[in-house]
Ligand binder design. Sequence first.
Ligand code: FES
Length: 106
Amino acid sequence: MGRHVWVCLGASCRRSGSPEVFKQLEDALAAEAVVAVTRYLCFGACAVSPNVVVMPERLWYSYVFPEYAAPVAEAIRQGHELPGLAQHVPPMIRDEIFHKLAQDGA
Ligand code: FES
């Protein structure tokens, strides 16, 4: 199964720089054949934007400002977690989005 990186491009995340994050992740992970980088429109966690979700690992990174895109890309590439940017979203929201993305085959 391939891996999927979802970058929120909803209004709040956009204001916090997510279009730049999207571009940086897309460029950094372009050589990874099994990683797709895709736009998402609002995970419902706007207070901790910009948000990035990695499936099927069920990793959720918040406050991914453009300056953090490179370390996030490296963590995704190496398959490890970045604890400082994780765990900022209430479990209820997290689980709902993970469930939805898993159902959609992400
Ligand atoms: S705009 Fe990104 S979580 Fe709502």
